[in-house]
Design a protein. Structure first.
Length: 230
């Protein structure tokens, strides 16, 4: 799709237009996926009202009525549900399907791709962490630039870019990564010194703890400081 007349490629106006277009397409896809997921969850609830793995099946969009169990007496096991998901990416469909440095929640997406068994088990115990503590994107940026602009830079640069107060510098960084191969983006962010924000390590720790313990941020805090609970 070409740019509207008069817009220069790489300009802030062109970037804002592209973000609006991609967001609209993503929202349409999410609505369709949500309708399918609700229908599957309704069938699972009716056919298996007390099944302990039903939540996992719902999250993966797997219709339990179509799954043949490999356990004793035909019991459906976790592996059967995972196998029923079309692809490894589908295992993480409750999160972002795409992986790589420009994904919305890249470390969680990578966990579903590379460690699907652990990720599914973690998801059955608690929701996956978001990239920022309030969501995959912050509510606002220090520069006032639309937070969706952060998706134009690799994940390990987003905390630094979100904290930048100059909009001009933000768009300068975005331009640096324009056309950058995904397999070089993280290293480039490091070379530019954009990966030193403490949020990078905090995000890594949240994903690691979720995979290991299956606990949310609040649950981890309560476990570490039980005396502070009301």
């Amino acid at each position: 799709m070409g740019l509207p007349g008069g817009m220069r490629s790489g300009s802030p106006e062109a970037l804002a237009w592209a973000l609006r277009e991609s967001e609209a397409a993503r929202e349409v896809g999410e609505v369709r996926a949500a309708r399918t997921s609700k229908a599957v969850a309704a069938r699972n609830a009716e056919a298996f009202p007390k099944f302990f793995l039903r939540k996992v099946a719902d999250q993966l969009g797997v219709d339990l009525t179509t799954v043949k169990g490999s356990g004793s007496g035909g019991m459906i096991m976790l592996g059967d549900i995972q196998a029923a998901a079309p692809t490894a990416a589908a295992v993480g469909q409750i999160h972002e399907r795409s992986t790589g440095p420009f994904a919305r929640n890249p470390l969680v997406a990578a966990a579903y791709r590379d460690r699907p068994g652990e990720a599914v088990q973690a998801a059955s115990r608690g929701p996956a962490p978001t990239m920022f503590t309030g969501g995959d994107l912050p509510a606002f940026t220090a520069s006032g630039v639309d937070p969706r602009v952060l998706l134009q830079v690799p994940w390990n640069a987003r905390y630094d870019v979100a904290a930048e107060t100059s909009a001009a510098k933000v768009f300068q960084v975005v331009e640096e990564f324009n056309g950058c191969p995904p397999d070089e983006a993280e290293a480039m962010a490091s070379t530019l010194g954009l990966d030193r924000n403490k949020g990078v390590d905090a995000y890594k720790a949240r994903v690691r703890d979720w995979l290991v313990y299956g606990l949310t941020d609040t649950q981890l805090y309560d476990a570490m400081f039980p005396e502070r609970q009301p």
